[in-house]
Write a protein of this length. Structure first.
Length: 150
């Protein structure tokens, strides 16, 4: 796993969001962008994290940020997750893990003594020029907005 770090240029990406719309990095040129990677839609930790960001979404917008979530879930699963939790931002369906691998957040994980490969819950803050200005690898799902906007 070779995770991107502060100072790296964010990789270009194009994907489909929960509404079937194409979303690409260049759509956010000139804006600050929060890209949060989460393991699986509709699981407790991912729901807590996404709802924390949802509850503060207007604050993000007021400070010039856009927010995008990414997981390996299907468009349909992302749609159900966004719809059920009234998420106002795009959730990208990265089933082929192109974006996940480009940011370097796929790798070995441990859960209850078992080791497997999966998405590491990580958030990248990208500036107006497409440069990563912060990487949050120890995400606190209940306080994630505070971690980003500190």
């Amino acid at each position: 796993m070779n995770m991107l770090k502060v100072g790296d240029k964010a990789p270009n990406f194009t994907s489909t969001n929960q509404n079937g719309d194409e979303v690409k990095l260049s759509d956010f040129a000139g804006k600050k962008l929060v890209v949060f990677f989460y393991p699986k839609a509709s699981t407790p930790g991912c729901t807590t994290e996404a709802c924390n960001l949802r509850d503060h979404y207007q604050t993000f917008l007021a400070q010039g940020y856009e927010v995008v979530g990414v997981s390996a879930d299907s468009v349909k699963r992302q749609f159900n997750f966004a719809n059920k939790n009234e998420l106002p931002f795009s959730l990208l369906a990265d089933e082929d893990k192109e974006i996940i691998n480009a940011f370097g957040v796929w790798g070995p994980k441990k859960f209850m003594g078992k080791e497997y490969d999966g998405i590491h819950r990580t958030t990248f803050v990208i500036d107006e020029n497409g440069v990563i200005i912060e990487v949050i690898a120890k995400v606190k799902t209940k306080e994630h907005t505070a971690q980003i906007l500190k």
